[in-house]
Design a protein around this ligand. Structure first.
Ligand SMILES: Cc1cc2nc3c(=O)[nH]c(=O)nc-3n(C[C@H](O)[C@H](O)[C@H](O)COP(=O)(O)OP(=O)(O)OC[C@H]3O[C@@H](n4cnc5c(N)ncnc54)[C@H](O)[C@@H]3O)c2cc1C
Length: 553
């Protein structure tokens, strides 16, 4: 086997990225920045995107891991926010998920820990629940309620930083990555791939385009979205369907420009409001609000969904154009097969409730840089890559499933169906049974095997004996996120009455959070004001409050 030093001295590997959506450009930009350093070219990267197949155009809310991608690529926060119509996201607010009554809870990115053994979850369970859980462990829910920015106008002097992600225009994000990558040497072809040429050993040899380009490479990254041109259409790798557990398969989207209707503020968080057959996202940008009703076509037609979304938003939405975006929930049996790696929607998709689409693309890209095949032996690297991607996929699937299955809504067929036991994954059922015995704690997430969980084989393949590892210590959603959803959904209410009686003490907010919140209005400007001053967001005239969720503070 060649030594690593010799491998680095080898001639650059050719990488062909097929597809120029967010995942294609993220892969091209990140691999270029991460691999080609110190004046050395390890990878020669080309990207081809079709002029005929538009990008999916959704994918506007992110999680904080996007900061890693941006910093490796070398895009500053200011440039990013200006180029992508960007705003801050500190949390997701869930409205009407437990009951159909407008009640809400937050899943914030920041969490305060009072002591090395954190008892805040347990303390909340032992209290009368008079304050929502997330408000007792994080300043962010109250900062979000007040529409405050997570950044100060001047230099930061407000204690530990507030963790945040961003909202952005997905098309402009891909454009920004395209401009950054091509300026640094990534070759860009706008052409439609019509054929794929195979090598004798079963690898992909080249892609052929309509205009006669033959693009050969050592490694092909399939970023063609749900079309999955290389991984599925050519290599025949199966799609593992997961629609049994997540019923939604379409979104109807609307954009509400602020010069058409400005509610008077820019929320520093995403709102997810449960509707009759799914839920609607509200994503505030600098120029507009983006809405999307994620729904199940088995329970509502596109026309009914569009009408419900328009009613939700209010009269002013009547004149706005709506668009239908179909999708499917599942993953590729293996994301990396031979010299082809599926990244983005071609590799898998879980519905957008916790904004994990771009996260999975970004994880795959970062892992590919770490598992980069400098030599010719791809197999062990691909094996590890596929296992981690499959583990992470199922962790997220369970977590999204959790949001639905604890609901007490029975007002529509959709909500009755989604709570049936067969709609809840075996793993999640085992986790919930375990957490009914013992509330969740950090070590639960170092070993995601739970008593009663069947040790079923995963179709992620690999070597003989491959099955899902019980361990996935690097998961995205740990104890903090699980507590936010579980307790936001009023988990263990009956058990706590039995364990601790009915007469429990009032819920306390940690002193450090209360004192931070007292200072917050002096330190943190309103989100819209910060955007106007720092990145030039226009000043809009406020409309009267709309009748939908946009009107509620
Ligand atoms: C309803 C919905 C909401 C979502 N919301 C979020 C969210 O809030 N947050 C989040 O993180 N993720 C979200 N996602 C996921 C996110 O949109 C995707 O992960 C992201 O946009 C990446 O898409 P992509 O690049 O894989 O595919 P696409 O954007 O579909 O790009 C496919 C590319 O392949 C090219 N192509 C196709 N065929 C050919 C061909 N023959 N020749 C050459 N090129 C070709 C196309 O031209 C295009 O450039 C959402 C997804 C859906 C469906």
């Amino acid at each position: 086997m060649a030594k690593r030093k010799d491998l680095l001295a080898m001639k650059p590997k050719k990488i062909a990225v097929i597809g120029g959506g967010s995942s294609g450009w993220m892969a091209a930009a990140y691999l270029n920045a991460a691999l080609n350093r110190n004046g050395k070219t390890v990878a020669e990267i080309s990207l081809v995107e079709s002029p005929d197949v538009p990008r999916i155009g959704v994918g506007e809310a992110t999680v904080p891991s996007i900061n890693h991608i941006l910093s490796v690529i070398g895009i500053s926060e200011g440039d990013f926010l200006k180029r992508v119509d960007g705003t801050f996201k500190q949390a997701i607010k869930y409205v009407s998920w437990l009951e159909n009554d407008g009640s809400a809870y937050y899943h914030p990115f920041n969490r305060f820990r009072g002591s090395p053994i954190d008892r805040s979850g347990l303390n909340w369970l032992m209290s009368d629940r008079s304050v929502p859980f997330a408000h007792t462990v994080s300043a962010q829910p109250a900062l979000c309620d007040a529409n405050l920015s997570p950044q100060m106008a001047g230099p930061w002097d407000f204690g530990p930083p507030l963790t945040y992600a961003y909202h952005m225009n997905a098309l402009q994000f891909a454009d920004l990555l395209r401009d950054t990558s091509t300026a640094r040497g990534v070759r860009h072809y706008v052409d439609h791939v019509t054929d794929i040429e195979m090598a004798d050993n079963g690898d992909i040899a080249a892609v052929i385009t309509r205009d006669g380009l033959r693009l050969d490479a050592d490694l092909f990254i399939d970023c063609t979205g749900f079309a999955a041109l290389l991984i599925e259409k050519k290599l025949g790798v199966d799609w593992v369907d997961c629609s049994q557990w997540l019923l939604c398969d379409r979104a109807v989207t609307l954009h509400v420009p602020y010069d058409h209707h400005y509610p008077g503020y820019v929320r520093p968080y995403t709102t997810a409001t449960a509707l009759d057959a799914g839920w609607v996202w509200e994503i505030p940008l600098q120029s507009k609000r983006s809405l999307g009703y994620v729904h199940s076509s088995a329970f509502i037609s596109d026309e009914q969904a569009e009408a419900e979304l328009r009613r939700f938003e209010g009269k002013h939405a009547d004149t706005l154009d709506a668009r239908i975006v179909p999708f499917k929930v599942g993953h590729r049996a293996k994301s990396w097969v031979r010299n082809c790696i599926a990244i983005g929607l071609s590799g898998g998709f879980i519905e957008p409730l916790e904004s994990t689409g771009l996260y999975l693309s970004d994880l795959a890209t970062v892992m590919l840089a770490e598992h980069f095949p400098y030599g010719d032996d791809f197999e062990p690297l691909a094996f590890r890559f596929n296992r981690i991607m499959a583990n992470r996929f199922y962790e997220i699937l369970d977590f999204i499933n959790l949001h639905y299955c604890l609901s007490r809504r029975h007002d529509t067929e959709f909500w009755r169906e989604i709570q049936k036991p067969e709609r809840v994954t075996d793993r999640l059922q085992a986790k919930l049974a375990y957490w009914r015995m013992k509330p969740p704690s950090p070590t639960d997430f170092q070993d995601q095997f739970f008593p009663g969980m069947p040790n079923t084989a995963l179709p992620s393949g690999g070597f003989a004996g491959d099955h899902r590892s019980p361990k996935d210590a690097g998961g995205i959603f740990g104890v903090d996120s699980h507590e936010a959803i579980l307790y936001g959904m009023d988990f263990l209410r009956e058990e706590c009455s039995q364990w601790y009686g009915e007469d429990r003490p009032p819920t306390q907010i940690a002193e450090i959070i209360a004192s931070r919140l007292k200072l917050a209005p002096q330190k943190l400007p309103p989100h819209d004001m910060w955007l106007q001053r720092a990145v030039g967001m226009p000043v809009y005239k406020s409309a009267s409050a709309p009748s939908g969720n946009a009107g509620r503070q």
